[in-house]
Design a protein around this ligand. Sequence first.
Ligand code: PHE
Length: 448
Amino acid sequence: MAVSRGEWSSKTGFILAAAGSAIGLGNIWRFPYVVGENGGGAFVLMYIVFVIAIGLPYMLAELALGRSVQSNPVGSIHAIRPGSAWKSAGYLGVLTGVGILSFYGVIAGWTVGYIYKMMIGEAGGFGEFISDPWLVSFLFALFLCITALIVHGGISNGIERWSKILMPVFFILLIGLIIYTITLDGAAKGLTFYLKPDFSKITGRTALAALGQAFFSLSLGMGLMITYGSYVSKKENLISSAVYIAFFDTLIAIMAGLIIFPALFAMGKSPAAGPTLVFVVFPELFASMPGGFVVGIFFFILLSVAALTSTISLLEVPVAFMVDQHKVNRKSIVWIVAFVTFIIGLPSALSQGASDLFSNFGWLPERLSSPDFLSHMSFIFGDFSLGFGALLLSIFIGWIWGADKAAAELTLGAEKFTLTKKAWMIMIRFLIPLIIFVILLNLFGIFG
Ligand code: PHE
């Protein structure tokens, strides 16, 4: 019996779901601390250039392949080159989905914990909070269960409906917070750090960080956009959809920085605090502002929701793979994948002080990742796999499937694309793989 795959019910539905995947902890939690670690304004500028020059054209390639073949990453590659080794690029995507979910879900669990902490008026104590083994494991499990429940509900009813209501609310809350923080004493210094580029801060390592962050934030490199593209109808304009997704994703990240950096400098804290930045700065900000109690609760509820629309998409990739390739029932496989992810994620959950072994894991060189297990997973799956996956997929789409066929798919529903088609084909075949390749080589210290 054929299992029905489902389709988005409208163009806005698709854009919101894809933007919901893109917008998440990557924007609010990861972007500000990566900016802080990499010197501020110059990094922000480089990030924006990468989003426009690499992220956006690459996203079009994934969407085109997905809509053309109507399948998950493995199935899509199989449909074009049956039996070839290229399928491993698809498997890598499925694996990366599970890998990212396994640490992302841990942090998403913290955001839920912070809803409660805000309710009882407790702004500090982040260190004790993340090192409590039972609490973090429970919150992680809870978050995976909520994710699984929604993915269980299917495409348009589950993923689409939720994204439509909650993303706009989050946007409005962020605007309110920007207005508040930029009027704080000392905010100007934060704005300078954040917005005024100091080009001496750009190195090979910052270039990789900017590219990695662009792929992570736009949900690229693991076939997520292949999967989401496979649910889009042929009538829709993929180009304008991708522009909207990239625009809103970048806008939200920039907005998060506009809140964090003024607040940070107003509090006299260092911007290079790493992954804990957001969980320390935001609660303190709420504690000091009038009515901050209510704002804090709302903020962490909405941040949890933003994380949820991303975890949903992360779970959807392995689930779509199992449904398409192995014809299993969506409803039961969702729970199995969630359970496996929980097991893989436990070491990450315990790596922030709860377990000595996982907190000082240190398998990767210091230069690449902090010693804790979660940072290792974040580097392996969140940076390296996404970049490597994007390299393979751009070569596959540009050369094996054919940039001309991808361009023809993109032209459906977007007749005007004919004008820029040539430029896009050159980008996907030459420029994008080349730049990703150079940045990955640099990662291994090839250029010193
Ligand atoms: N883009 C999401 C975020 O920024 C994370 C993510 C990465 C989701 C890859 C899906 C795929 O939070």
